[in-house]
Ligand binder design. Structure first.
Ligand SMILES: Cc1cc2nc3c(=O)[nH]c(=O)nc-3n(C[C@H](O)[C@H](O)[C@H](O)COP(=O)(O)OP(=O)(O)OC[C@H]3O[C@@H](n4cnc5c(N)ncnc54)[C@H](O)[C@@H]3O)c2cc1C
Length: 193
């Protein structure tokens, strides 16, 4: 995922981890949903570890490890650290928006496309990954315009590109926790995830 409207990710990362690792699963899920191309390399023993990474023992490593195309390696990173490294963790640019949308599932993405295409200054805030539940679907067959079906993450990525093309601002890994109407304004409170 990039923050422009170009085709899907040019980023190719490598993820190393133990089979059945819950942490590695969470990272794979986030990368899949975000349409980031990556290789998943399972390390099962010291030989794998030595061959793939040059470390003599698995116990020398804090897994999972994510390696970026420029060679940077993050050991046992959080989702936020990975997103940060990919340049996706940003602050909202403005203090005020015409429309703030919380949740970048299909509903939020649709709202963002329509709002921004009508010229509203729109921010879309997502606490996890773009696509919501739909991002985990291997094949969505009942969405109009895709007679052969489409992978949920690909549908979400197309919607994200369309929304960004219309000028929305996408802010990831922030969660809306409170809103109040005051002085003819809606004020929102968020926290970083
Ligand atoms: C595996 C799977 C397969 C599916 N297949 C199909 C299918 O083939 N056809 C079909 O019609 N439907 C399918 N669905 C259902 C479909 O995905 C959902 O109906 C749809 O995603 C709902 O969209 P939504 O935007 O309303 O909510 P969600 O997809 O739930 O998105 C909500 C988003 O809001 C974010 N969020 C929530 N609270 C906050 C907050 N406070 N601050 C910031 N962000 C927040 C969440 O992280 C999430 O990304 C499937 C669902 C799953 C799980």
């Amino acid at each position: 995922m990039t923050n422009d409207t170009t085709a899907q990710s040019a980023v190719k990362v490598r993820l190393y981890g133990l089979p059945n690792s819950a942490e590695a699963y969470e990272i794979r899920d986030f990368l899949n949903r975000s349409v980031v191309e990556f290789d998943w390399i399972e390390l099962t023993n010291d030989q794998d570890c030595n061959r793939e990474l040059g470390f003599s023992a698995l116990s020398d490593l804090r897994l999972p490890m994510v390696e970026f195309p420029d060679g940077t390696q993050l050991f046992s990173p959080s989702i936020r650290e990975i997103a940060q490294r990919l340049g996706w963790v940003t602050q909202p640019k403005f203090r005020e928006y015409d429309l703030s949308i919380y949740g970048a599932g299909p509903a939020g993405l649709s709202a963002a496309v329509y709002a921004a295409s009508e010229g509203l200054r729109t921010v879309l805030i997502e606490r996890h990954a773009v696509g919501g539940q739909a991002g985990t679907s291997s094949l969505i067959e009942n969405y109009m315009g895709f007679p052969k079906g489409i992978r949920g993450a690909d549908l979400a990525e197309r919607a994200r590109q369309q929304a960004v093309k219309f000028g929305i601002e996408l802010v990831l890994l922030r969660e809306g926790i409170k809103a109040e109407f005051k002085d003819n304004r809606i004020k929102y409170l968020e926290e970083n995830r």
